[in-house]
Design a protein around this ligand. Structure first.
Ligand code: SF4
Length: 284
């Protein structure tokens, strides 16, 4: 019987899909706001163990068509290993349409364009990418390990056919850097091709707080109205190169929003304006 190595994380949209752990933990594991894999030492699982899991799942769900490769950044595996896994998945699940994984800028920068094209041809056709912020000072304060140009360069390496689902974190820059945070993320979105975009709201687990504040000692959190204002400024600055499916429906979000950009931008901004008026009035 197959058992997972916990904790196990996956994007909300992968809730109904098969999850195969090909790595354990995160190869970087150093972002100050993130405690997801702090209890795990990064490991590459052996191909034998991965194949065994695939066989077990295929016996129970032979018609599955979507698979998520965990843990934090399966893309850290060598391309040759990933291709073997993807090919094994294709022979085991005859209706397989989509394989997805989390990916970092570091992972993408370490791969060549040819590597990424090969992975996409072998059906790795969706990556989940945490942009978080585009501002250099904030990137450094959250110890993300990359700068703005790394993020843009990495996203622009992704081949056509491999979709990008990106997240940004509202509130992560605090009061002091909110203006630059939004301008600089919008710059990234406007200079790359993102297919799905979600805004989360900063939520620090207890075990992440000390480390976060140690690196970001001038951080003052935003209140709900300031978060909504940040989101409004973000939407106003977006000028995407192609259609983006936009979601702000994570449990962390003060207001749930969904739409297609740029078609629904004005509607989403009106919703944010109404929510801010409501919150202002409820204060009095
Ligand atoms: S945010 Fe992503 S890259 Fe950073 S430590 Fe957490 S899992 Fe790793």
């Amino acid at each position: 019987m197959m058992t997972y190595d916990y904790p196990l994380f996956r994007p909300p949209t992968e809730a109904d899909n098969i999850i195969i752990q090909v790595t354990l933990g995160c190869s970087y594991n150093n972002c100050s706001f993130c405690s997801m894999y702090k209890t795990k030492k990064y490991q590459k699982r052996s191909l034998e163990d991965i194949y065994e899991d695939i066989v077990t799942f295929a016996a129970s769900y032979p018609h599955a068509h979507k698979i998520f490769l965990a843990d934090g950044d399966a893309l850290a595996l060598p391309t040759v290993t990933l291709v073997k896994i993807l090919q094994y998945l294709q022979t085991s699940f005859v209706k397989l349409r989509r394989v997805s994984t989390y990916a970092s800028a570091q992972n993408l920068l370490e791969k060549s364009k040819q590597d990424l094209e090969l992975l996409q041809k072998n059906r790795l056709n969706l990556i989940y990418f945490g942009i978080e912020t585009g501002n250099e000072i904030v990137l450094s304060k959250i110890t993300k390990g990359v700068n703005q140009s790394d993020i843009i360069k990495s996203l622009n390496k992704v081949p056509k056919g491999m979709k990008i689902s990106a997240t940004v974190i509202l509130g992560i820059a605090g009061v002091k850097y909110t203006k630059e945070h939004i301008i600089d993320i919008a710059y990234i979105i406007n200079n790359t091709t993102i297919n799905y975009l979600s805004t989360l709201q900063l939520w620090l687990e207890e075990d992440a707080k000390d480390n976060f504040y140690k690196h970001f000692n001038d951080f003052t959190p935003l209140n709900d109205i300031q978060i909504l204002d940040e989101q409004k400024r973000f939407l106003e600055l977006l000028n995407p190169t192609s259609k983006i499916i936009f979601r702000s429906n994570h449990v962390s979000n003060a207001l749930h929003l969904s739409g297609t950009l740029p078609k629904d931008t004005d509607k989403l901004i009106s919703q944010l304006d109404r929510a801010m008026i409501y919150l202002e009035r409820s204060k009095t």
